[in-house]
Design a protein around this ligand. Structure first.
Ligand code: PRT
Ligand code: ZN
Length: 297
């Protein structure tokens, strides 16, 4: 086996661009071209295996790849499907990555008789997620038939294949265009990094540790901002409380002004316009919000 860490990534699709962007932010230098199955990272001993997202959990479980970036929906489906046939997959979520967010929802005709999960008894539900849906129905003791479809699930009620559907929803436009309305969310999903319980050799482990610490830095710096402002000295405590996800700001005296200080802080949560308005109302002036490119603790 090679000592290069191998990561499975979706080749093309909704996850691909953001997965590549995240790895590039981690400093990995690679290019994805044409029909290649493998992208070699030039500046680190890492290879990217470029595949369909549905294959990623299996590649990680089988050891063909050390890690994978995939939608939590696909991860959950593969794990639950493997339990059903009693071939448990030894894979786990290592990190939540915060992109490609969507919800796996139950939906039915906007003005039909199915308006809540309990109305599903005795119905047929079309889905590409029979594992996740089956586990949900079992948990809620709902007796319904699952009709498995690989795509175009939203068309099932219209062509009388099913009474309801269970599908991914992002903006909700697809459901709306098909006269369907969601009535329950059965899974909140985002891109995740998955790994297996297998032990890595020392070389791979060292590359992995380095990569993971960079991924953590990228995740943390994504919503983080650096805030600089001036404030009356007596308002520092009140202002610090308003700053989202910041505990110990730096306070710097301003020359020639005893009453004013400059305050600088890293905010680890989103800074909204509302936050700035609240800061201003508390006496802050000259407020600057700067992006943070990288972070490492
Ligand atoms: O070819 P390959 O098998 O690799 O890709 P794929 O076609 O199976 O998957 P792809 O690229 O469509 O999606 C990859 C992953 O993106 C999914 O597994 C989810 O984790 C995530 N994701 C995020 C979504 C959506 N948002 C999404 N909206 N995947 C699919 N959709 C579809 C949904 O199925 C429905 O048809 O978009 C439609 C709904 O979108 P809205 O915005 O109209 O609600
Ligand atoms: Zn797929």
């Amino acid at each position: 086996m090679t000592d290069r860490l191998r990561i499975a990534v979706q080749k093309k699709g909704r996850l691909a661009d953001e997965s590549f962007a995240m790895l590039k932010k981690c400093g990995l230098n690679f290019s994805v071209r044409g029909d290649g199955l493998l992208a070699r990272v030039k500046n680190m001993p890492i290879d990217l295996l470029l595949v369909r997202d549905d294959d990623i959990p299996n590649f990680v479980a089988s050891g063909a790849c050390d890690f994978g970036l995939v939608g939590e929906n696909v991860f959950a489906e593969e794990v639950l499907a493997s339990q059903k046939i009693e071939k448990d997959m030894d894979i786990e979520i290592v990190r939540r990555l915060g992109f490609s967010r969507c919800r796996l929802c139950l939906a039915a005709d906007e003005d039909g008789s199915i308006q809540s999960p309990k109305d599903l008894n005795g119905t047929k539900i079309a889905t590409s997620y029979p594992g996740v849906l089956g586990a949900y129905l079992k948990d809620k003791a709902i007796k319904a038939a699952i009709v498995e479809m690989k795509g175009a699930v939203e068309l099932a009620p219209r062509i009388d294949i099913a009474d309801a559907i269970c599908d991914l929803v992002s903006s909700g436009a697809t459901l709306e265009a098909n006269g369907l309305a969601p009535f329950a969310t059965i899974l909140e999903s985002e891109a995740v990094m998955i790994g297996s319980g297998r032990k890595l050799g020392p070389n791979k482990q060292a590359i992995y540790d380095r990569l993971l610490s960079r991924i953590d830095g990228v995740i943390r710096s994504k919503d983080s901002k650096y805030i600089m402002l001036n404030a009356p000295r007596e308002q520092v405590e009140a202002i610090t409380k308003i700053l989202p996800g910041s505990d110990a700001p730096t306070i710097i005296p301003l020359s020639g002004n005893e009453d004013l200080v400059a305050l600088q802080a890293v905010c680890t949560e989103n800074v909204f316009w509302q936050t700035l308005e609240d800061l201003k109302a508390a006496g802050a002036r000259a407020i600057l919000v700067l992006p943070i490119e990288k972070m490492m603790n």
